[in-house]
Write a protein that binds this ligand. Structure first.
Ligand SMILES: Nc1ncnc2c1ncn2[C@@H]1O[C@H](COP(=O)(O)OP(=O)(O)OP(=O)(O)O)[C@@H](O)[C@H]1O
Length: 321
């Protein structure tokens, strides 16, 4: 579990103050995948660096698995940080070391005996599907393979928490998918808690149980992804499922937060004798639910009854403007 309370980080640059974090509260439950999205400069990297105390927040507390990291310094902080693994956007591998050598590095630093190290490295490479690349050098690997090495290295000290700093931003879509599948698998198999930062909404859709939107150093919206999508006016829902702009007076936005067996739209036209015209949208699988948003034009004398019926079915119906 990760809990950040009242995090502030102020940088001072040539007499000027930059408020990179401005009172962030964040709670990541044990065993969940939590995504933080935000535009460039929103404070995502700063947040991640403050969570593992690579940088000390100006004020506020960070607690990981019951230990308040912000209260620790020196060797006790270093020991506590072994419970937190970190994956980087640009992999940060040592080019002069083999794959096995890179994964072994944190174990050598921790003083693990050679035989035990070899065993552990073998285990880790198998976990990330790279057993056959142990002797290769980073330059001989694809981006996705490099990131697998980065993940294996991050897991070397058996952390309970993994922080991911834009782990898939440098990868193509197919490789991104395989790395996200790997992270999801590790989360499920090892019960690993994962906090990731990203600017890609697709990452939130594919792997996150919960998410927060960070804007100007503050959390604008946070919660379980499926709950946020069904919340009226949700910023996350709008970002995950953007809809075309329309000024048609009969247009509404309809949000689905679960799958329906019955063909709702055809039943709507039959029951209420309305015309339904889909203007755009998407329904996709998120956290195992078929969810999404549609922009729909509904017209006819019984339009209000038709919309109330949709509402009664558990769909969120909002004016399109
Ligand atoms: N070491 C630093 N010194 C001064 N200002 C900094 C430092 N690190 C970050 N900042 C500033 O803090 C703000 C937040 O930066 P941060 O890198 O955390 O944002 P981000 O959301 O991760 O952006 P990006 O997606 O572009 O990486 C920015 O205004 C940035 O310029």
């Amino acid at each position: 579990m990760i809990e950040a309370v009242g995090l502030h980080k102020v940088y001072r640059l040539k007499g000027r103050e930059v408020r990179a974090l401005d009172g962030v509260d964040l709670r990541v439950e044990q065993g969940e995948v939590y995504g933080v999205v935000g535009q460039s400069g929103a404070g995502k990297s700063t947040l991640l660096r403050c969570v593992n105390l690579l940088e000390r927040p100006t004020s506020g507390t960070v607690t990981v698995d019951g230990t308040e990291l912000t209260a620790l310094r020196g060797p006790r902080l270093r020991a506590a940080r072994r419970g937190i693994g970190m994956v980087h956007q640009h992999f940060a591998l040592l080019s002069s070391r083999t794959v096995a050598g890179n994964v072994a590095f944190p174990l050598e630093v921790a003083g693990m005996a050679r035989a035990e190290r070899r065993r552990r490295v073998g285990e880790l490479l198998e976990l990330v599907g790279l057993s056959d690349k142990a002797r290769a050098y980073p330059a001989q690997l694809s981006g996705g393979q490099k990131q697998r090495v980065g993940i294996a290295r991050a897991l070397a000290s058996n952390p309970t928490v993994l922080l991911s700093d834009e782990a898939t931003s440098a990868l193509d879509p197919a490789t991104t998918e395989s790395i996200l599948d790997l992270l999801r698998g590790l989360n499920r198999e090892l019960g690993l808690t994962i906090l990731l930062i990203t600017h890609e909404m697709d990452v939130i859709k594919r792997v996150c149980d919960s998410a927060a939107i960070l804007t100007g150093g503050a959390v604008e919206e946070s919660g379980r992804v499926i709950d946020l999508i069904g919340r009226p006016g949700s910023l996350l829902a709008r970002s995950l499922f953007p809809l075309p702009a329309t000024d048609h007076p009969d247009a509404v936005h309809i949000t689905y937060t679960r799958s329906y067996d019955e063909p709702l739209m055809s039943e709507l036209t039959r029951r209420y004798d309305v015309d339904v015209n889909v203007l755009g949208g998407a329904i996709e699988e998120v956290s195992g639910h078929a969810v999404g948003r549609l922009a729909v034009q509904v017209s006819g004398d019984r339009r209000a009854d038709a919309l109330a019926w949709l509402n009664g079915k558990g769909l969120l119906v909002e004016a399109a403007r």
